[in-house]
Write a protein that binds this ligand. Structure first.
Ligand SMILES: Cc1ncc(C[n+]2csc(CCOP(=O)(O)OP(=O)(O)O)c2C)c(N)n1
Ligand code: SF4
Length: 275
């Protein structure tokens, strides 16, 4: 494991009982399990607590601007299609400011893996409401409880065209590692949503106890439903969380479609794009 971490950056900045260390460990374990060469791997993060992930991983990594990791990842993939590209970022980064990049990369079936860490809040900037904050959940900017309808991330990803969609909590470590492994090996846009405790803001503002209490909540309230229709997996405040592998399907990737179309138009003059 240590060979894939930048040990000179440790100790990390994450709070005690934050779920982000588990996400990082799961991604490293998945890369090893998938047998992917770390030298042919890139990780891209945006800004936020989750966004720090890229800085701790000893592969080619980019810590990019807020909301733009999917756009940067697209550039990396198209620059060298042989590189396995992961995005590890927060729900605010990917689904709020970065929402447009997320939906279009899914539509185009860009061959990247997105690990979206959902802690239901903007953590790094002090606990503001996110497009994933459940209705009635409190945030510093929703002092009366959130009243905006949140995104259901698996359903959003599926609707836009993602070929692999799963959700696990950081409590489900083995299943999370398996899901990330499958996602890394899946050609096309794959999304793993990871429900992760933010004790410092989400739990404190909502009086939910410690990070350990949130883990206990996941233990007692996660319902595994592989293959569940993503329309049914929306998350309500402190209600059971449906987890599982929801989508695993085939669609041509962006580059498959590009190569096919240009070959149709240009015939033998066309040379397959290799980066
Ligand atoms: C263009 C821009 N707008 C706003 C910010 C401030 N900002 C930094 S991180 C962040 C939200 C982070 O939330 P999330 O992506 O959910 O990550 P978390 O910290 O919860 O892991 C915001 C709004 C910024 N850095 N850049
Ligand atoms: S503020 Fe929340 S998400 Fe950020 S490191 Fe602390 S516990 Fe983790």
């Amino acid at each position: 494991m240590e060979n894939l971490l930048r040990m000179d950056r440790i100790p990390h900045i994450w709070c005690p009982t934050c779920g982000l260390g588990t996400v990082l460990t799961a991604w490293v374990s998945a890369l090893e399990k998938a047998g992917i060469d770390p030298k042919m791997t890139a990780v891209v993060s945006g800004i936020g607590c989750t966004g720090r992930a890229a800085g701790y991983l000893k592969v080619d990594s980019l810590h990019t601007t807020h909301g733009r990791p999917v756009a940067f990842a697209t550039g990396v993939k198209l620059g060298n299609p042989n590189i396995n590209v992961s995005v590890i970022s927060g729900d605010g980064d990917l689904i709020a400011i970065g929402g447009n990049h997320f939906i279009h990369a899914a539509r185009k079936n860009m061959d990247i893996t997105v690990i979206c860490v959902n802690n239901f809040i903007y953590a790094m900037t002090g606990g503001q409401v996110a497009p994933t904050t459940p209705i009635t959940g409190y945030a510093t900017t929703s002092p009366y409880g959130n009243f905006e309808h949140p995104f259901n991330i698996p359903h959003l990803a599926e609707s836009c065209g993602a070929v692999y969609v799963a959700r696990w909590t950081v409590l489900h470590v083995r299943r999370l590692v398996n899901a990330i492994t499958e996602a890394l090996l899946k050609p096309g846009f794959s999304v793993v949503e990871v429900i992760s405790p933010c004790a410092n803001y989400y739990a404190r503002i909502n009086r939910l106890g410690t990070g350990l209490d949130l883990m206990k909540f996941y233990h007692d309230n996660s319902v595994i439903k592989n293959g569940e229709d993503t329309r049914n997996v929306a998350i309500d405040f402190q209600k059971p969380i449906i987890v599982g592998k929801f989508i695993d399907r085939e669609r041509p990737t962006f580059l498959d479609s590009y190569n096919k179309r240009l070959k149709e138009v240009m015939g033998d003059k066309f040379k397959r794009y290799e980066g």
